[in-house]
Design a protein around this ligand. Structure first.
Ligand SMILES: CC(C)(COP(=O)(O)OP(=O)(O)OC[C@H]1O[C@@H](n2cnc3c(N)ncnc32)[C@H](O)[C@@H]1OP(=O)(O)O)[C@@H](O)C(=O)NCCC(=O)NCCS
Length: 162
């Protein structure tokens, strides 16, 4: 498995992974599938801002992707980033999510960032465990701030000082 910067050619596979997560879980608080064109624009915007979008490639297939972007859009928050990570269902629990987040942590350190924030659906035990294992600590829980599948969902906030 190799971790690499995402290319335009990876976008359809990224979209397939992301839309499956949207359709099957509360890990993303949307019920609208994304389009290849909108994700191309998202990739372009990340590149233009120097924010990484990385993929885990196994035998030429994108098994997962991860990225970080700004936490909040005011200058005082510029050394804090918020990230996300998604692994294709067939490739979960094989260490790929951990590898991708470790790479993001490395890149954020090199980029002079100070804190990485994870906002995780409070019922997403896999992601909570993954992040705690990597050194993120729980710092809060926002009750019922999101709604999906006709119910309220809490958002757990975790952070790691880089
Ligand atoms: C959450 C997710 C990113 C984890 O990625 P992954 O590649 O499957 O995780 P890893 O194999 O690197 O696991 C690392 C650790 O996370 C925890 N973990 C991962 N999946 C788990 C599960 N299903 N149940 C419990 N713990 C889990 C374990 O502590 C694991 O370490 P271990 O295997 O030594 O016990 C992946 O399941 C996923 O993409 N899920 C759908 C989308 C999503 O939830 N994204 C995160 C949004 S915040």
């Amino acid at each position: 498995m190799r971790i690499e910067d995402a290319t335009d050619a990876d976008v359809p596979e990224i979209v397939a992974i992301y839309n499956d997560v949207i359709a099957t879980s509360t890990a993303v608080f949307s019920d609208q599938p994304v389009t290849v064109e909108s994700r191309r624009e998202w990739l372009r915007a990340h590149r233009a801002r120097g924010q990484p979008v990385i993929v885990a490639r196994v035998d030429g297939t994108v098994a997962g992707f991860a990225s970080y972007g700004e936490f909040r859009p005011w200058p005082g928050y510029s050394t804090t980033v918020e990230h996300s990570v998604h692994i294709a269902a067939a490739w979960r629990r094989q260490g790929i999510g951990g590898r991708l987040v470790r790479e993001l942590l490395e890149r954020a350190r090199k980029d002079g960032k100070h804190v990485m924030v994870a906002g995780i659906d409070a019922e997403n035990h896999a992601s909570l465990r993954l992040h705690e294992q990597l050194g993120f600590r729980p710092v809060g829980r926002l009750a019922q701030v999101a709604r999906k599948f006709d119910r309220w969902v809490d958002l757990a906030l975790l952070q790691l000082e880089l």
